[in-house]
Design a protein around this ligand. Structure first.
Ligand SMILES: C[S@@+](CC[C@H](N)C(=O)[O-])C[C@H]1O[C@@H](n2cnc3c(N)ncnc32)[C@H](O)[C@@H]1O
Length: 481
């Protein structure tokens, strides 16, 4: 039987028993079974972690790596109801027990799933683990490295490991791997290791318990934070859960968003009526101090790595549906582009070495640039980053809240910028559609704007200069001679 507890389907009948979990404020009976780690009693190491590690912060996303029958996930879920806990394991029998144990404790904030069922874009504030050291050193390093790599900025982890099973060596390896690790407690031959994530981007605009209370009241549901979603440009996007329901919550700063979010909710309703694949808005409103929230339903799916022909056709079909809605003229992307090309560009300096490409873009348009047509819905940031796919087909277009009015050519050129040089058939199709949506001169104005915008991004990120230059050169090949 040794070694069986990390099998996907443990062999042998599940002989069940109840074990007691007693902690200050918690007295539970948890179901466990043969074929699952800790079938006789709650493990001593687990008890060290539960007694010594801090509880999750309010409104934080937590993961328990190697949850077993769920003693850590259930205890932390009980101690912090506004935090959502992903209870992850490869052992299906263990996951089933965790689900039952969470249900017996009336917890709606524990999600017991296999590792690959956790959305790939999710980042966590806290990781707990009594890790499976017996799987082998390399496998353990790869397991921990993978999950620690998914900690959010300022996130941390608590791991409990037996000293005789290499706790100190593991701590040294983690520190060398870029995760500063200290011993935060030592008890009964166990070490509790505290691991911090390396600093990355600036801290995100955190959701507070007061914010969550506002959202709960507005939606009439009790939500827990399941983690932060990365991938978009906005850096305060969280995934919330309430039982099986999932919601994406964004925080926006600036008084301007108040009106824009109300317009967005109206627009989404109209787009969805027309069959456009975008998730419904579940709520929006003020959070105080010029902060606003936008809550949309979570759509399962993954970001496509590239735009192939099948996906390009799906996107074109979606863009075709733009014609069904008339957005408010308050934000006009066509006017913004014309203003940029006719004057705003003078405020910018191109990095040396890229000025020649900027001149080529500049030469694509007459001066002054005539007004571009307007009146269509423009997403404003239509790139593969804002597409979700399932089995290669488009499942949703997301992150359209910066939308405005303008010409559909703008979104088509933005999609064109995400194609790779070797995908000439895809780019030819997008160019043909971009011109058909307006005309060749409008296409060239949008293309010039896209190239200049791309080149300017190198000023903020000089380390990306070579990639930016390549993207701009590729875009310039799309100009009609
Ligand atoms: C030491 S046990 C801890 C179980 C539970 N957290 C506890 O405290 O009783 C480690 C758990 O990690 C799980 N595990 C092994 N390999 C895994 C992997 N690759 N991904 C997730 N869990 C894994 C095992 O199935 C086992 O349930």
């Amino acid at each position: 039987m040794a070694g069986e507890y990390w099998q996907r389907e443990p062999s042998g009948l599940a002989r069940e028993r109840m074990v007691a979990l007693d902690l200050p404020g918690i007295s539970l009976e948890l179901a466990t079974a043969s074929g699952v780690f800790g079938a006789q009693r709650v493990d001593h190491g687990t008890m060290v972690l539960l007694r010594r590690a801090p509880i999750p912060a309010a409104c934080s996303g937590v993961v328990d790596v190697g949850t077993g029958y769920g003693p850590i996930a259930v205890a932390m879920g009980l101690r912090q109801p506004s935090a959502g806990v992903w209870a992850v394991d490869v052992n299906r029998r263990a996951l089933e027990l965790t689900r039952r144990n969470a249900a017996s404790a009336a917890l709606a904030n524990v999600v017991a799933v296999e590792p690959e069922q956790v959305p790939a874009a999710l980042r966590f504030d806290r990781l707990y683990s009594n890790p499976p050291v017996k799987i082998g050193r390399e496998e353990l390093h790869s397991l921990l490295g993978g999950w620690l790599g998914r900690l959010a900025t300022d996130g941390d982890a608590y791991l409990v490991v037996k000293q005789s099973m290499g706790a100190d060596g593991l701590g040294r390896w983690l520190t060398e791997a870029g995760y500063p690790t200290v011993r935060s407690a030592s008890k009964q031959g166990y070490r509790l290791l505290h691991v911090t994530a390396p600093p990355r981007r600036r801290p995100q605009d955190a959701l507070t318990a007061d914010d969550l209370a506002v959202v709960n009241r507005a939606t009439g549901q009790r939500w827990s934070v399941l983690g932060r979603l990365s991938g978009g440009r906005s850096d305060s996007v969280q995934l919330l859960g309430s039982g099986p329901a999932r919601m994406v919550l964004k925080i926006k700063r600036g008084a301007w968003w108040e009106g824009q979010l109300a317009r967005f909710a109206e627009l989404v309703a109209a787009l969805r009526t027309a069959g456009y694949p975008t998730p419904p808005v579940l709520g929006f409103g003020p959070l105080g101090e010029d902060r606003f929230y936008l809550a949309t339903e979570h759509t399962a799916g993954s970001q496509p790595a590239a735009l192939d022909m099948e996906l390009a056709r799906d996107v074109l079909q979606a863009i075709g549906l733009h014609a069904a809605v008339r957005p408010s003229p308050i934000r006009d992307w066509s006017a913004m582009i014309t203003m940029f090309l006719n004057g705003g560009i003078a405020d910018h300096r191109f990095p040396p070495g890229l000025a020649g490409l900027a001149q080529q873009a500049w030469d694509l348009v007459p001066h002054p640039v005539p007004a571009l047509p307007t009146g269509d819905f423009v997403h404003g940031d239509l790139t593969t980053r804002n597409l979700l796919t399932r089995s290669g087909r488009l499942s949703a277009v997301i992150d359209a809240e910066g939308f405005g009015s303008g010409t559909r050519t703008i979104d088509l050129v933005s999609m064109l910028a995400t194609t790779r040089p070797e995908q000439r058939a895809v780019s030819d199709l997008l160019i043909e559609q971009a011109i058909a949506a307006s005309d060749e001169s409008v296409f060239h104005a949008c293309l010039a704007h896209q190239v200049l915008k791309t080149l300017l991004s190198a000023a903020d990120h000089p380390q990306r200069s070579a990639a930016v230059e390549e993207r701009a050169r590729n875009l310039l090949t799309f100009a009609r001679k």
